[in-house]
Design a protein around this ligand. Sequence first.
Ligand code: SME
Length: 160
Amino acid sequence: MAETLIIPKFLNRQAVYDSLIPQIAALVEGEPDLIANLANIAAALKEAFGFFWVGFYLKKDNQLVLGPFQGPIACTRIAFDKGVCGAAYTRQETILVPDVDQFPGHIACSSASKSEVVVPVFDQAGNVTMVLDVDSDQVNDFSGVDVAGLEQIAELIKTF
Ligand code: SME
């Protein structure tokens, strides 16, 4: 297992995802513990990009419950019909919000969060088991590059 991330500095985000994703694959390879792997993935994304908040909300019973994350403390439970996380879970698709103030129902865990991407994570049977939530303190901080990179990470999670 790789224990140190090698992150290219001064490169664009695409290059960082290209470098990071194989390292994440190596990091989780052979480790069956879900929480340990999610914790390392959140840490790797935070370290590589310096995002304001990176974490997982896991489907438990009939809601989303906070899982491993990096960043300030956050809302613990999110109903399926609330927030960007609930919308991504319910629609079963990635949601990119350039400006959270323009997203009706956005849950402001922190007033510093300005834009976000939430990616559903599917299991092998096609059910959404959790969402990956990445928040920025900058408006309009995410693009299709982030969507593609984070969806690749969601695909990796499906395998363990
Ligand atoms: N942004 C989320 C809430 C969770 S926090 O941002 C960590 C939402 O509106 O779903």
